[in-house]
Ligand binder design. Structure first.
Ligand SMILES: *[C@@H]1O[C@H](CO)[C@@H](O)[C@H](O)[C@H]1NC(C)=O
Ligand SMILES: *[C@@H]1O[C@H](CO)[C@@H](O)[C@H](O)[C@H]1NC(C)=O
Ligand SMILES: *[C@@H]1O[C@H](CO)[C@@H](O)[C@H](O)[C@H]1NC(C)=O
Ligand SMILES: [Zn+2]
Length: 404
């Protein structure tokens, strides 16, 4: 609520206001003059979700977000991650300070394919409605509510929305160059309204089998890349049953996500490849890399002639360094706690401050997030607006709010 005196202040007559004696008990906050914050959660979430933003195609949603936050009075900085196609992260801050104690962050890209925004009895469907536009919208409305209620100062918070989370995290990696040093970072991903105590690690593997083409009637003249690959993958499936597990994260799992190989039934395959994702519950990526390399090398022995080495029939690549399980802070009172099996951008943002706190929280369920029935309810969105407010207040050492 804006008191009369404050309304006068807005047009710059502070002196007269005080001289006439103010009954307004609110502290004066001249910063307010430049903010005109939206509280229309459902409208904001709809506008954001309606814009297709499959990884690589984030420009339109980025521009919309920049325009919306600027018109609300935020200072906004675009950080280009790629010029063509234009892809940029959005950093915004409501006060004078770009450098804030609390940074709220999520991602604006989605997985394919696009499904349009639809509502049905307060249930919202559409690609990105959960992952992660539900988090983006509820973070912004939560911050707006705290600012409007005077519960935080504009210089307490900043917002960072990145591209590329769904494919390798290039946006968040680039965000390290923004040189931010917040005391607390709140990452938004679907956690069903609970605080995540951690998530599994991640390691990608690319196997490329190297064959020798020949007529299928004379297979001994060639070497089937498909057979090499099948042997290697069979060994990985077996290894997958025996990778390290932990009480906190459960078992390490291994998924053979994509297989390609050969050209025709009557040709011995020259090329074959497979991509594999490992979700790491325990131990370091380097241990798992060694286990994978040993298992594959052993599996292809029967293809080696003379002084050939395993590397001559199969390449094992790890496209990125991977990471082990990520422990996350979860010390805010009043939340349920979960661990999750999916990867996030958290490992890509360097911890620039000693004792920096990291939270992971957001509306909606990961179980529907990448599916053709991605959806959440208006109630879940409103609950997350409350949840983010409580986490921000906790991070700033302020009393929890009674009405959020
Ligand atoms: C959503 O978009 C519509 C149409 O451009 C606009 O009128 C409305 O103000 C927007 N609402 C929010 C909260 O962004
Ligand atoms: C709408 O959803 C509520 C809560 O899930 C349910 O009780 C109600 O019957 C639904 N109404 C219609 C018209 O489907
Ligand atoms: C972030 O950490 C990575 C890995 O340790 C390092 O290579 C990179 O230089 C760091 N970036 C910045 C901006 O500090
Ligand atoms: Zn996500």
């Amino acid at each position: 609520m804006i008191g009369l005196c404050e309304a006068v202040l807005l047009v710059g007559a502070a002196a007269q206001c005080w001289a006439r004696g103010s009954l307004d008990q609110q502290p004066l906050r001249p910063e307010k003059t430049h903010l005109s914050l939206t509280h229309d959660l459902i409208g904001f979430h709809k506008n954001l979700t309606q814009i297709e933003s499959i990884t690589g195609n984030e420009e339109a949603v980025g521009e919309w977000l920049v325009a919306s936050l600027s018109s609300q009075g935020y200072s906004v900085e675009k950080q280009y991650v790629e010029k063509k196609p234009a892809r940029f992260n959005v950093l915004a801050w409501p006060g004078k300070e770009r450098e804030a104690k609390v940074l709220l962050s999520s991602h604006i890209d989605t997985v394919p394919p696009f499904y349009p925004y639809e509502t049905d009895n307060k249930t919202i469907h559409g690609r990105g409605s959960v992952d992660a536009k539900g988090s983006v919208a509820t973070q912004i409305i939560a911050v707006n509510k705290l600012l409007s209620a005077g519960k935080i100062s504009p210089d307490d918070v900043a917002l960072l929305y990145v591209v590329g989370e769904e494919v390798g995290g290039d946006g968040m990696r680039a965000a390290n160059d923004l040189q931010l040093s917040p005391q607390t970072i709140i990452f938004g991903e679907p956690t069903e309204g609970k605080l995540a105590a951690g998530h599994k690690g991640n390691l990608g593997v690319l196997l490329t089998a190297k064959g020798k083409a020949a007529h299928s009637g004379y297979p001994w003249l060639g070497r089937s890349a498909n057979e090499v690959l099948v042997k290697a993958l069979a060994a990985l499936m077996e290894l997958g049953q025996n990778l390290p597990e932990s009480e906190k994260y459960g078992v390490t799992t291994l998924n053979i996500g994509k297989i390609e190989g050969g050209v025709a039934a009557n040709v011995v395959a020259q090329d074959a490849s497979a991509t594999v994702a490992v979700r790491v519950a325990e131990g370091s990526p380097s241990y798992i890399k060694d286990e994978i390399t040993n298992a594959v090398h052993k599996a292809v022995q029967s293809f080696l002639e003379g002084d050939m080495k395993p590397e001559d029939v199969v390449d094992i690549d790890f496209p990125s360094s991977g990471y082990g399980p990520i422990d996350i802070d979860h010390d805010v009172p009043g939340f349920g706690i979960i661990t999750v099996n999916y990867g996030t951008d958290i490992p890509w943002l360097n911890q620039t401050v000693e004792g920096q706190k990291r939270y992971l929280y957001g509306p909606g369920s990961i179980l529907v997030a990448h599916s053709d029935h991605e959806m959440l309810t208006e109630g879940q969105l409103w609950e997350a607006v409350g949840g983010y407010q409580r986490i921000v207040l906790h991070a700033l050492g302020k009393d929890p709010c009674e009405d959020c």
